[in-house]
Ligand binder design. Structure first.
Ligand code: AMP
Length: 397
């Protein structure tokens, strides 16, 4: 068992808190406050207990000096201060005298945010490659370390693994703890029937999670671009749809081994090219995709089938869209699946992955899910059964 924030003595301590403030920014404005709001319970706990909260995060990718201007965390410091109704000291450095002095001057209950940890990537990728000197330096700025950034827990970076390996005490924050307990509940002791829905573009990205779920779930619904490789393996015409030829044999193997578990779309909304356009459905035989068209969404018979599979589910896990949700005409399948899960009143439901979460949020259905994961890649790797380095590096109780 990993230590959690509740196991730590925080009063008077310099508490380093790695959060996920990798927020979406458009025209100089933060467009979703979700990640900031999700970090508040941990930060509040630290300051309410009389700790000095030294907060940091990455924001986007930094490849060259010019990237820095648009990727400063100052805008987040302003928002965080609003959310907490308290001053947030912002230091526009990731190391050095200015930062060290500001930390020395902090009083109990104060909050300091320092600059985007990935600014250090201009220095031979020190953050992303977990440069040992950098992790050691950041660890030296505090007494204890709390990791609350689930979104990067699948990466061994200086700001998570580097610090955790160089500090006396480390623990999970409330958000990380919540993610781990929700995903573990699904993987380790799901109430049955357990129905998983996997969508998105590529089998190769999700093959690990598909095979892990085929072992654990009672049904695995496969939608999105991934489904066409399976449909081709079954001998259906898939027209110009996305396909991974080198995964057809594997798809055949799974279809054989798990024939009672895998549920595939039975109709398709197609288009002639990869753009927003009229939905074309093959009325005569909805299972076959017409030559010259490609599958861009599932259609009503698939929705009916998927709804039926979901009807009695007690545990639902969903990752990845059922169609190209970037195009308004091909959002239908993903939105209908969201509605079907929304209606399950006594199921434990977990959703992860950027596009499926965005679909649920645009419908205002996120409250209907027992847990909305803040991590895309991290939740996939967790569900594959991998131990995430950001979590592994935290001390045991
Ligand atoms: P992922 O990041 O793996 O969850 O995949 C999300 C991407 O899958 C989105 O960009 C969707 O546009 C894409 N996608 C979903 N369905 C299809 C499809 N039928 N053909 C091509 N891409 C798809």
């Amino acid at each position: 068992m990993k230590k959690t924030i509740d196991d730590l003595q925080l009063n008077g301590k310099k508490v380093l808190i790695r959060v996920d403030f990798n927020v979406p920014i458009k025209n100089g404005k933060i467009t979703s406050l979700k990640r900031i709001i999700s970090s508040l319970p941990t930060i509040k706990k630290v300051i309410n207990e009389g700790g000095k909260a030294i907060v940091f995060s990455h924001l986007g990718r930094i490849k060259e000096e010019a990237d820095k201007e648009k990727k400063s965390l100052e805008i987040v410091a302003i928002e965080l201060s609003k959310q907490l109704n308290q001053e947030v000291i912002f230091i526009n450095e990731t190391r050095g005298k200015k930062l060290e002095k500001a930390i020395d001057k902090m009083k109990n209950g104060q909050i300091l945010l320092f600059e985007n940890t990935r600014f250090e990537d201009l220095n031979d990728k020190a953050e992303s490659k977990n440069n040992p000197e950098l992790g050691k330096y950041w660890a030296s700025l505090g007494d204890v370390f709390i990791n609350d950034a689930f979104g990067t827990a699948h990466r061994a970076h200086a700001s998570n693994v580097g610090i955790a390996s160089n500090i006396k005490e480390s623990a999970m924050g409330y958000l990380l703890e919540k993610e781990v307990s929700a995903l573990s509940k699904v993987l380790d002791k799901p109430e049955r029937p357990f129905v998983a829905i996997i969508g998105g573009a590529k089998i190769s990205d999700k093959i690990g999670v598909v095979s892990s779920l085929l072992e654990k779930a009672d049904k695995v619904i496969i939608g999105g671009g991934m489904a066409y490789t399976f449909n081709k393996a079954l001998g259906f015409n898939i027209g110009n749809s996305l396909v991974e030829e080198d995964k057809i044999d594997l798809a055949k193997e799974y279809l054989e081994k798990y024939k009672d578990k895998i549920v595939l779309p039975v109709d398709h909304a197609t288009g002639k090219s990869f753009e927003d356009q009229e939905r074309i459905v093959n009325k005569n035989n909805p299972l076959q995709i017409l030559d010259g068209t490609m599958g861009l969404d599932i259609d009503k018979y698939s929705i009916e089938l998927f709804k039926k599979e979901l009807e009695n589910a007690k545990t639902v896990l969903w990752n990845g869209p059922m169609g190209v949700t970037e195009f308004s005409n091909f959002k239908y399948g993903t939105e209908e699946v969201a509605k079907a899960i929304y209606k399950l009143s006594d199921a434990y439901s977990v959703i992860g992955g950027g596009d499926s979460v965005a679909a649920v949020e645009s419908l205002g259905f996120e409250q209907a899910f027992s847990h909305v994961s803040t991590g895309g890649g991290a939740s996939i790797e967790f569900l594959e059964g991998k131990e995430l380095p950001g979590i592994k590096s935290i001390q045991d109780k």
